[in-house]
Design a protein. Structure first.
Length: 157
């Protein structure tokens, strides 16, 4: 893929995800039903999250991301460890509740939350590994991996 085409595609995806987030965050379908309202808003927040992540990838493709300073890295890793512990705790509680709930709609929502929590745990562990490699020296290695992970036209290299 041509580097300029990748950048253009990332920008388009960001625009679409921002629009989805805006639509879902501003929907006025169910002000008297906090569950439905929160489900719409939750998907809207996910769309905004995806837009931010895509923006980060766009910055990376444009060479704008910088490596972490050591003191920030340690603080981030501590925070990730604490969040993983909290997610583990909530996951166990949700599992316990899911097993005892008889209402199918509530069970479906709780099962969805459980899936999100499990994905968060995987993402946080991946993020932990990524942060651990974000020193200046390691970033040079990652830049090479990034550079060669997408096939650019020879004119772009």
């Amino acid at each position: 893929m041509e580097k300029d085409a990748l950048i253009m595609q990332l920008r388009q995806m960001i625009e679409i995800k921002e629009k989805i987030g805006e639509l879902l965050m501003n929907v006025d379908c169910c002000p008297t039903n906090s569950l439905l309202e929160s489900l719409f808003h939750g998907v809207g927040l996910d769309a905004k999250k995806h837009a931010e992540i895509l923006r980060g990838l766009l910055d990376r493709a444009q060479g704008l991301n910088k490596p972490l300073e050591e003191e920030r890295k340690d603080n981030i890793l501590d925070t990730i460890s604490k969040v993983l512990e909290l997610e583990w705790n909530v996951r166990n509680q949700v599992r316990n509740v899911v097993d005892r709930v008889v209402d199918d709609k509530s069970k479906k929502v709780l099962t969805s939350i459980l899936g999100d929590i499990q994905r968060h745990e995987v993402t946080l562990k991946d993020l932990q590994e990524f942060v651990e490699t974000m020193t200046i020296e390691e970033e040079k290695v990652l830049d090479k991996i990034w550079k060669y992970s997408i096939k650019f036209d020879e004119d772009d290299v």
